[in-house]
Design a protein. Structure first.
Length: 85
């Protein structure tokens, strides 16, 4: 799944450094929250809002110039594109 996310980001003209950063942030988030990638995929609609500006985990979401939040948003976009494909 992460490899497909990587390919999707590259196809959508994200810089390789950004792609690597976003993938790492998704992996670290799953590890820190102790859930699997499959859990994130199934629950992205309820997980992402927790990291948004008004969410209970917004301080984590805004780390590194909101890179955590941006990675989650792009991952959600990727998942939506997979469903519609």
């Amino acid at each position: 799944m992460l490899k497909n996310f990587e390919n999707w980001l590259l196809q959508n003209n994200y810089k390789p450094t950004t792609v690597t950063d976003y993938m790492g942030r998704i992996e670290r988030l799953c590890r820190n929250e102790q859930f699997t990638l499959a859990h994130l995929v199934e629950n992205i609609a309820s997980i992402l809002p927790q990291y948004e500006t008004a969410g209970e985990k917004s301080s984590y979401g805004k780390r590194s110039h909101t890179s955590v939040r941006q990675a989650l948003r792009r991952f959600k976009m990727f998942l939506a594109s997979e469903i519609s494909a």
